[in-house]
Design a protein around this ligand. Structure first.
Ligand code: GLC
Ligand code: MG
Length: 722
């Protein structure tokens, strides 16, 4: 990998590709897709950046292009799209992805391990990716930054204002989950990037953790090569010349169908047919002003339409109103409302055509969160009239490229247009300022300069971590991707039992730690495990598999493995199991502290007949579970995917450490399952008779050494240590 920073961007939802991105493919593939693609390319173009991965969901679905099923797509020599599968392969709308994000995290972690380099920073786009970035940041001890694009509380507010109930909104959009994640991300992100100041106040301002957020306004860039100035039309764009020329011919032909005097300047609006865009305000402003009607035409590009009567409510209303107003003010011959425009090739040329004719671009929206079209129009040299509600305020402050208006005042809109159209000097000034201002403030290279400043600042913050003894510790991700073998041992009667050999084992583990990480796997819950380790002076291991494999924790911070939790949920009906078993009078529930969501535990007599009755009761109800009986008295009912052995296999999978490089040690019945298979098994000399049945298995050593001495023997036998 090249010198420079390694940055991972996340935009989980998918349907992102480098070649002709399908913007508008679904409700969620719009601005954000374009944003992350351009950001990835622009960051990778810098000398101080070595590699940029844009990580998104892999989709293999016959309703979608096979491009989205490619695990890796090169975007440029240092940027690529990485596609990670989660929640199956079928396309899913973003609101349904929440339960699958832990799988996404796990698989990204594996990918990182395979790369052999940990990213310097994670950058999440939208709440779901914020979740992913935050998880990975914790695991690897790396900073993360966040760009919301849009925020849940704001959406909730909007939908409620439209009359939808909170329950309905949650049912459709899982908005409570989203908001909860956003709160945590705002609190923990090392930096939050917004496009406008308006966004900070209006969107993030609604959150409890608002004041804990560290905000930076960095507007996105636009592609200034595409939106070049109108007077450059003939220069250096050879390859595109033909398609651009055609676009212009097409536009002129289309517009002249509407206008009787096509040589006049025109007032241009371009937006989705949405009530909030206030197209009707602009038509009224024009229709009411005899002077405007005399000096300019009007052109409104409001999306592609075929049959207005079959469009959805909001769009239909807007378009119908547009036609009615055109009729009311008798704007035939003056007002153009073309049926279709193609976003990629024609729009820049439309701006340039309008600028050539000394026209003006108007965005009269009631609120405009950002104002991308304004920036693009300005980049081509078109003066603007824009709403003073939202993002345009920043734009006009930065560039001095036009006039801000109150969108609810038709007269103000009309007057601003008129002033620019009649004053050549003013027109030239706004045009010139727009072209230069956009390049200074809204190019991707300007955006990246500022983003890199933020990243550098974040990286400077000290991130050193110390353990109980004051030694520096590594975050789990760095630790576990840095070793190539694991030792996992049961606690009672295996790790502990003989103090002198335990002390020697701990020394050996410490000496071998560069390549070897270790952990325990026990029936005890986390608290009781910590208790026994402390009692025997054992420092915290790299990981703890607790509660018979139903819980995994990492490192000094005891970070729970959420991927594992999520994995256990499948087919698990805790309440039903408890209810069924409460009917069996030979079962005595264990202490409350030994019960958990995924572990239902009893004491019982050692009698195969009784165990058969437990199975029978559970199977009658068609429940899926895993039954573990141990030490002649403990009964644990767990999710069918849970056990100490399965937890070991999950660690192997997640951290990409093959089973033959994992040594597993135990002494009794509840270790049997994890001792079988491809791992290097070790039974200590003081084992209990239930394990006799395992004698003769491949890769399973019955040591003469008792307790920790047996473990040491195993480490030497399997050459896990020198
Ligand atoms: C530990 C746990 C207990 C469990 C047993 C067997 O003793 O505390 O809850 O049933 O291990 O797994
Ligand atoms: Mg034991």
């Amino acid at each position: 990998m090249a010198e420079g920073l390694y940055i991972q961007l996340f935009s989980v939802h998918g349907l992102i590709r480098g070649n002709s991105p399908e913007l508008g493919r679904d409700a969620d593939t719009g601005g954000q897709v374009k944003y992350v693609l351009e950001l990835a390319r622009a960051l990778a173009a810098r000398d101080d950046v070595g590699r940029v991965d844009l990580v998104t969901r892999l989709i293999k679905d016959r309703n979608f292009s096979s491009d989205y099923a490619e695990p890796v797509e090169e975007l440029s020599d240092k940027a690529r799209i990485i596609r990670i599968q989660c929640g199956g392969r079928k396309y899913m709308r973003k609101e349904l992805l929440w339960p699958h994000l832990d799988e996404f995290v796990d698989k990204t972690l594996k990918f990182i391990k395979q790369q052999g380099r940990i990213p310097d920073v994670f950058h999440g786009h939208y709440a779901d990716a914020g979740y992913v970035a935050r998880e990975l940041a914790t695991i690897f001890g790396v900073p993360f930054i966040f760009t919301g694009h849009s925020m849940g509380r704001h959406k909730l507010e909007k939908l409620m204002a439209e009359g939808m109930s909170r329950e309905e909104i949650d049912r459709r959009y899982h908005i409570e989950r989203r908001i909860e994640v956003e709160e945590r991300v705002i609190r923990d992100a090392d930096a939050i990037i917004t496009s406008t100041t308006h966004e900070i106040e209006r969107q993030y301002g609604l959150y409890d953790n608002f004041s804990a957020g560290s905000f930076h306004v960095i507007p996105p860039g636009i592609d200034t090569d595409t939106f070049y100035p109108y007077y450059n039309a003939q220069l250096d764009h050879d390859a595109e010349d033909e398609s651009i020329r055609q676009a212009r011919v097409l536009l002129l032909r289309e517009l002249s169908r509407f206008w009787v005097a096509p040589e006049k300047p025109f007032i241009l609006a371009l937006c989705r047919p949405d009530q909030r865009k206030n197209i009707s305000g602009l038509i009224r402003a024009y229709g009411e002003s005899p002077e405007l009607k005399a000096i300019a035409n009007l052109a409104i590009f409001a999306g592609i339409r075929k049959d207005i009567s079959s469009m959805e409510d909001n769009e239909r209303q807007v378009l119908t109103e547009m036609l009615l107003l055109m009729d009311r003010y008798d704007l035939y011959g003056r007002m153009a409302i073309p049926k279709k425009h193609d976003f990629s090739t024609e729009v820049p040329e439309l701006y340039r055509l309008c600028a050539d004719k000394r026209g003006v671009f108007v965005n009269p929206a009631l609120v405009e969160p950002f104002g991308l079209t304004i920036i693009e129009a300005s980049s081509c040299g078109l003066p603007i009239v824009a709403t003073k509600e939202g993002g345009p305020v920043d734009i006009v402050n930065n560039c001095d490229n036009g006039i801000l208006v109150d969108p609810t005042s038709d007269a103000e809109i009309a007057d601003a247009c008129r002033r620019i159209l009649v004053d050549q000097e003013l027109w030239e000034r706004y045009s010139h300022n727009g072209i230069n201002g956009v390049r200074a403030h809204y190019s991707w290279s300007a955006h990246c300069n500022r983003t890199m400043e933020v990243i550098r600042k974040v990286l400077e913050e000290p991130s050193s971590r110390v353990d109980r003894d004051g030694d520096e510790t590594l975050p789990v991700g760095r630790r576990l991707t840095g070793v190539d073998r694991l030792m996992i041992t049961d606690v009672d009667n295996t790790l502990v039992g003989d103090e002198p050999s335990l002390a020697r084992l701990l020394e050996i583990l410490e000496a071998g730690r560069a390549r070897l990480a270790w952990g325990v796997a026990t029936g005890r819950n986390l608290n009781r495990t910590l208790g026994v380790l402390a009692e025997h002076g054992v420092p915290l291991p790299d990981f703890i598999i607790a509660a018979v494999g139903t819980e995994i924790y990492y490192g000094p911070d005891l970070i729970p493995d959420r991927g594992w939790q999520r994995h256990l949920e499948r087919h698990w009906k805790e309440d039903v199991v408890r209810e069924v078993l409460s009917g069996l009078d030979f079962l005595y529930p264990q202490h409350d502290e030994d019960q958990s969501r995924y572990k239902i535990s009893y004491l019982m007599e050692d009698d195969p007949e009784l165990i058969a009755r437990v199975h029978q009761a559970l199977q009658e109800r068609k429940l899926r579970y895993n039954l573990v009986f141990s030490n002649g008295q403990f009964l644990d009912i767990l999710p069918f995917r849970a056990s100490k052995g399965k937890a070991v296999r999950y660690l192997s999978y997640k951290w990409e450490i093959p089973l033959p490089r994992i040594m597993v040690c135990g002494d009794s019945g509840n270790d049997a399952e994890m001792l079988r298979g491809d791992t290097c098994g070790l039974v200590v000399g003081n084992y209990s008779h239930e394990l006799d049945g395992l004698r003769g298995l491949r890769r399973l050593r019955f040591s003469r050494g008792k307790y920790a001495a047996g473990i040491i023997d195993g480490l030497e036998f399997y050459r896990f240590v020198e």
